[in-house]
Design a binder for this molecule. Structure first.
Ligand SMILES: Cc1cc2nc3c(=O)[nH]c(=O)nc-3n(C[C@H](O)[C@H](O)[C@H](O)COP(=O)(O)OP(=O)(O)OC[C@H]3O[C@@H](n4cnc5c(N)ncnc54)[C@H](O)[C@@H]3O)c2cc1C
Length: 377
């Protein structure tokens, strides 16, 4: 029988795996560093794709619950230039190929689908070591340890489990995001609300951009993208909200006021998200009793795929373990055999998409990408 599975990380990937294991009656514990499910706001809108994220939710038996969370109208998308000229405006056609949900709602759906106690909160892993015969010992920040016959690193970009399998370290991609929010936007920021529309907006130029999503409840969530070295961001005091906003907005001085206002009128302390990636094609030799999923396995430039891939990995691993009840190594081998080429292809595509969003011909390269894509579909 499959032994009790130990997952590190209660992100979307780790929780999808836990749920699929639970559906198949395989015992599991998820150790999560955060002290509680509400410890941190869970980011913004995610579009969940029919070829990976949605399949994972079906494997988890949660597809109907997911449909109840979809933000209707949220699939609309616009591409603008820095003058605010709309170059592409696609309404939500209601086909549901890429429905938008709030990451926090999706995480809650997964958490609520697990038996109480499955997730152990406040369990920050500091180290893990092999004990031989496929067993591992995991050490937590409070000094306590657990021993396990099957360990899964679902602990994101800076995984503490990855060193058991690989020496690879994430590298800065040369671009970062700064997050800001506007609330009650239709009433209090109508120009910004009208500019963003019902779904997402990408206003792009070479090396910079303003990306925004409409979230339920009239919230506008903006990511400012800037190609700058880490030192440039380190020189900004992000605890001083006003100064940080002004410094970032100064990079958009010659942009349309309705776009700049998404930054200058921001109502929260701007949050810096530096972007790192693992080498494309990251892989490892099979090590008994341990594997990785999601960002821990294939951290890549954000391209709208990372959360979808993490969930898909989780579902695939859960199904592989269920299909090989007496053969953990057979299950992990089958899972990794499909994981490596899938992740390598996705990482290549992520690099390509990320590049064309901000290349010398931005925003026209992205418009061409979308129109070519549609023609091919
Ligand atoms: C700016 C930005 C925008 C993005 N937008 C999108 C998008 O629109 N669509 C999309 O599909 N993807 C998007 N992504 C990518 C997506 O967020 C990630 O790929 C996805 O969250 C990976 O899921 P995961 O479960 O592997 O890891 P994570 O979501 O990172 O979860 C890892 C979990 O492990 C926990 N953890 C970490 N270290 C430890 C430890 N030592 N001990 C215990 N627990 C630990 C963390 O607290 C966390 O809960 C975006 C990423 C960025 C940076």
């Amino acid at each position: 029988m499959t032994p009790h599975v130990t997952i590190v990380g209660a992100g979307l990937g780790g929780l999808t795996l836990a749920r699929v294991l639970h559906v198949h009656g395989i015992p599991v514990t998820v150790h999560e560093a955060e002290p509680s499910p509400a410890a941190r706001s869970q980011g913004g809108m995610l579009d969940i794709h029919d070829h990976n994220g949605q399949l994972a939710l079906k494997a988890a038996g949660l597809f109907d619950g997911f449909l109840g969370l979809v933000h209707r109208g949220g699939e609309a998308s616009r591409v603008l230039d820095r003058h605010g000229t709309v170059l592409l405006d696609e309404p939500d056609d209601g086909t549901g190929r890429r429905p938008e949900v709030h990451r926090g709602d999706l995480r809650r759906l997964l958490l609520d689908s697990l038996p109480a106690g499955t997730v152990a909160w406040g369990r920050k892993v500091t180290a893990a070591r092999p004990l031989g015969d496929g067993r591992h010992e995991v050490t937590f920040a409070d000094g306590s340890t657990v021993r396990t016959g099957l360990l899964v690193g679902a602990d994101g970009a800076w995984s503490r489990i990855r060193p058991l399998l690989s020496d690879a370290r994430p590298a800065y991609i040369g671009r970062s995001f700064v997050e800001t929010y506007l609330f009650d936007a239709d009433t209090r920021h109508p120009v910004c609300a009208g500019t963003v529309g019902g779904g997402s907006l990408s206003a792009l130029a070479p090396g910079r951009g303003i990306l925004a999503h409409r979230e339920p409840g009239g919230v506008l969530h903006t990511y400012v993208a800037l190609d700058k070295p880490l030192e440039w961001f380190e020189a900004i005091d992000f605890d001083d909200a006003e100064a940080a906003r002004a410094r970032v907005a100064a990079e958009f001085d010659d942009w349309a006021p309705a776009l700049r206002a998404l930054v200058t009128d921001g109502e929260t302390t701007p949050v810096l998200r530096t972007v790192h990636s693992l080498p494309a094609g990251h892989r490892w030799d099979r090590v008994p009793g341990v594997t990785l999923l999601g960002d821990a396995a294939h951290l890549m430039a954000p391209s709208g795929e990372g959360a979808n891939l993490a969930m898909y990995d989780g579902a695939e691993l859960g199904e592989a373990l269920a299909a090989h009840p007496d053969d953990i190594e057979g299950a992990l081998t089958a899972y990794e055999k499909a994981l490596f080429p899938r992740s390598a292809a996705a990482a290549d595509e992520a690099t390509r998409v990320h590049h064309l969003c901000f290349d010398a011909d931005a925003p026209h390269s992205l418009v061409r990408f979308f129109t070519d894509h549609e023609r091919a579909a």
